[in-house]
Design a protein around this ligand. Structure first.
Ligand code: TGC
Ligand code: FAD
Length: 390
């Protein structure tokens, strides 16, 4: 891992500012020291490396694009993308933790929250002192969150919240959960539920073969009495949670390519060292085909992500463009992980190398934040004007 070189076949570093390169170098070094040496062990034990949270905060990975006055880094979206790329080069679960905290909880509190909510939560979330999770998916409503059943009733200066969320990253350890629920008028609202509130529990989801080093759980809401001051005043309608997804999906587009880079880099080095039939396997055409296609796909995805970052910096990126980049990155990374695993032969399935772990993680990355099929249909609708969802 010490030898990791970020593939830069098209001299894309020339498109990055000094600040972008510094941010990337800093997170890369941190991942090398804090994540890479321990992640296989946590993954094998299906445990979450909670001790890395302060480090993620110190690296500025929680809410990097938010203003400094709220604890954010005031960075642009290319820096944010590069951070996610480096985190996911370490492990998709580590990037997930940062995506959820920054894009799915801090971003909506910043965008839709009251000044009191922002001051109370954001600075401590930026350091990792307060961790959050994002509850949109329900047992019967995954791709179609509009159908959600979680709801609340009015109870004076409180609400009574009922329902259940499922497959929620960070839920088992989060201090707060941003729960999306329907108000008495049937409008989707965002409610900050705090650990310790009566009737609120977060059972852990076990037996995952993917994202094993990420903690996933349910949110069980049984008549939870929440003060009305915990409702995000600016969020009304499904557009609010879906806009948070746009921010997280953007990070995944960069992140999944980080995992792909790690697989490519590992396979390339292995192909130069592993000798069969009297020569390094990298000298065989079939291995070269795999490696050449990998670097081509990584380079294409890097260009797509960089351009999307420029659009995002100029507030011009559309949700549909983000869907295309998320989908492309997941497909590219999953394919590269499978090809890289084959290049390592039997060693490809060993925890001594990161490839099988990335490959398994990427199965979740393909599904969460909108499945591969949903993102295709988003593109389809955008170009034809026809809704093929329902
Ligand atoms: P639809 O009528 O299309 O949209 C409702 C309103 O929302 C707007 N909108 C968006 N705005 C911003 N960003 C987006 N990505 C948006 N998508 C839609 C839309 O313009 C509309 O606005 P308005 O003003 O007209 O009200 O809604 P629909 O019910 O038909 O659904 C469309 C669909 C299927 C695309 C959407 O439901 C969807 O994206 N489904 C996928 C669900 C999903 O991605 N869930 C993710 C859960 S969170 C998660 O997985 C975290 S994993 C984290 C980790 O560990 O990294
Ligand atoms: P379904 O919606 O039931 O889909 C099943 C299959 O049907 C998929 O292949 C899908 O593409 C396909 N399908 C559905 N509708 C259509 C259609 N109209 N046309 C064609 N095909 C269709 N959610 C959160 O809210 N917060 C989190 O933090 C979070 N973290 C997650 C962590 C992990 C590890 C995982 C695996 C999931 C997480 N999710 C989270 C949930 C994730 O967002 C959902 O799994 C995802 O949105 C898909 O929902 P579903 O699993 O219910 O699949």
């Amino acid at each position: 891992q010490d030898l990791f070189q970020s593939p830069d076949y098209y001299q894309l570093d020339e498109l990055l500012t000094e600040e972008h390169q510094l941010v990337r170098a800093s997170v890369r070094e941190w991942v090398k020291k804090a994540v890479t040496p321990v992640i296989d062990d946590y993954c094998q034990r299906a445990a979450f490396p909670e001790h890395i949270l302060p480090g993620l905060g110190q690296q500025g990975c929680f809410g990097p694009t938010l203003p400094v006055e709220y604890g954010g880094g005031g960075l642009d979206y290319i820096s944010y993308g590069l951070m996610m790329q480096e985190l996911e080069r370490g492990d998709s679960g580590v990037r997930s933790t940062a995506s959820v905290q920054g894009s799915l909880v801090m971003h909506p509190i910043f965008t839709y929250g009251s000044e009191e909510q922002k001051r109370r939560f954001l600075p401590k979330m930026a350091t990792g002192e307060i961790m959050g999770c994002f509850g949109l998916t329900e047992p019967d409503f995954g791709s179609n969150p509009a159908g959600m059943l979680t709801y609340f009733d009015d109870d004076g200066d409180h609400i009574l919240l009922n329902g259940a969320k499922m497959w929620i990253s960070n839920a088992p350890f989060a201090h707060i959960a941003l729960v999306w629920a329907k108000d008495p008028a049937g409008k989707v609202r965002g409610v900050i539920v705090e650990r310790g509130m009566e009737g609120f529990s977060t059972p852990e989801t076990r037996n995952k073969w993917s994202l094993r080093a990420s903690a996933t759980g349910e949110l069980v809401l049984d008549n939870v009495r929440v003060p009305k001051s915990n409702i995000l005043p600016g969020a009304s309608g499904l557009k609010a949670p879906l806009s948070c997804l746009s921010s997280a999906r953007y990070g995944i587009a960069w992140g999944a390519i980080g995992a792909a880079m790690d697989c490519y880099d590992t396979a390339l080095r292995y192909s130069k060292e592993r000798v069969q039939f009297g020569k390094p396997i990298g000298g065989f055409q079939l291995i070269q085909k795999k490696l050449a296609e990998m670097i081509t796909e990584i380079t294409k995805a890097q260009l797509l992500n960089w351009r999307l970052g420029v659009l995002k910096n100029n507030n011009k990126a559309t949700p549909e463009q983000i869907s295309m980049a998320k989908r492309n990155a997941c497909e590219t990374a999953s394919h590269i992980a499978r090809e890289a695993r084959q290049i390592l032969g039997a060693m490809g399935i060993s925890g001594e190398y990161p490839i099988m772990r990335h490959m398994m993680n990427l199965e979740s990355v393909l599904t969460y934040e909108g499945t591969h099929e949903i993102h295709l249909l988003i593109t389809g609708m955008d170009i034809t004007g026809q809704n093929a969802f329902s």
